[in-house]
Design a protein around this ligand. Structure first.
Ligand SMILES: NC(=O)c1ccc[n+]([C@@H]2O[C@H](COP(=O)([O-])OP(=O)(O)OC[C@H]3O[C@@H](n4cnc5c(N)ncnc54)[C@H](OP(=O)(O)O)[C@@H]3O)[C@@H](O)[C@H]2O)c1
Length: 311
């Protein structure tokens, strides 16, 4: 994969969730182009180690880390509150952090299945709480990490069992969360038409990062199998980060919104659910409720004209 040339980002502020894997290389590329970077991490000490390396590698001192655990809504609210109070602008929100295929169903303190909350609901809440600053800083860009997993046979929105209490499998949880990220990008992009805030989702490729840890542990001889697969099918984390860097910074994507990207190009989703606008809306409204945003928040209504247009 070609390494993207990042236009000068002086004056731009980017928030990236996560600090290793794709987050690390995204932060590095943006910092090299002189953006200010704030990494959001639950593991602040480890993230700080990466921040120090990033500062040395990029000669950019404007890289910092803040505590936020996507599995804890109160930490998301606390971060967003302090960020809004800081009056700092925000031009890029990269909703990147994630977990994949946790073997046994786990539930967060907020009562949600861990993959659904980490990958989707936590970012849904964070994005809404930061919308006021994304609006005042526009043009701004929201990026969501989806995956081709959103097209797998298990990938659906289990409307009556979003938290998979009735039937959980590790991949069902992951695929649903990644489809939800894509549908959120589509729905929010329609709701933000005319604001100069773009919203896009993407698949980074099959990338050699820590994300595969649960799968490696799941299969007998997982480590050996991973080594072989890695050799023939995986790209590096730096290569994998290129699509999100491209969508976050390129001139070509400046006004593009409501798209799914792969390999630094617009891509097609083969999951018919991704074309069902009514489902996007239902998931969006249910998610507002699940994260506790149903009353008195700044969430955008979709305009009637946008609703009538086909994707
Ligand atoms: N790698 C691939 O092949 C691939 C393919 C398709 C899509 N993706 C997507 O790409 C994104 C980045 O994944 P990656 O490959 O870079 O994986 P990674 O190397 O495992 O990084 C995941 C990041 O998410 C953070 N994280 C996990 N749970 C968190 C929580 N509750 N709160 C805050 N941070 C949390 C991790 O921090 P901790 O150290 O605290 O866990 C880590 O920084 C994910 O959304 C993934 O679904 C990856």
């Amino acid at each position: 994969m070609k390494i993207v040339e990042v236009p000068d980002q002086t004056g731009k502020v980017a928030i990236i969730t996560g600090y290793r894997g794709l987050a690390y290389y995204s932060a590095r590329a943006l910092a090299k182009a002189n953006a200010e970077i704030i990494l959001l991490a639950r593991n602040v000490e480890k993230a700080k180690e990466n921040v120090e390396i990033l500062k040395k590698e990029t000669n950019n001192e404007k890289i910092s880390v803040e505590y936020m655990d996507l599995c804890k809504f109160d930490t998301i609210r606390a971060f967003a509150k302090s960020y809004l109070e800081s009056k700092k602008p925000l031009h890029i929100l990269m909703n990147n952090a994630g977990v994949m295929a946790i073997k046994d169903r786990q539930v967060t303190d907020d009562g949600n299945e861990v993959q659904f909350q980490t990958n989707y609901l936590g970012h849904f809440l964070l994005t809404h709480l930061l919308l006021p600053v994304l609006r005042t800083s526009a043009p701004s860009r929201i990026i969501l990490l989806s995956s081709t997993a959103h097209m797998m046979p298990q990938a659906s929105i289990y409307k009556n069992d979003l938290n998979l209490e009735k039937s959980y499998t590790p991949f069902k949880g992951y695929c649903q969360s990644k489809l939800a990220c894509l549908l959120f990008a589509y729905e929010l992009s329609r709701r933000l038409v005319g604001t100069n805030i773009t919203v896009n989702a993407l698949h980074p490729g099959v990338v050699d990062t820590g994300l595969w840890i649960h799968i490696i542990d799941y299969f007998p001889f997982g480590k050996t199998l991973y080594k072989w697969f890695k050799k023939f099918f995986f790209i590096t984390a730096e290569e994998g980060a290129q699509t999100q860097i491209y969508v976050a910074t390129s001139k070509e994507c400046e006004t593009e919104t409501g798209h799914y990207y792969s390999n630094c190009k617009k891509a097609i989703s083969f999951n018919y659910l991704s074309y069902k606008k009514q489902l996007h809306k239902e998931l969006y409204e249910k998610s507002l409720e699940m994260v506790g945003l149903e009353k008195g928040v700044d969430y955008p209504e979709v305009s009637q004209t946008e609703n009538k247009k086909d994707k």
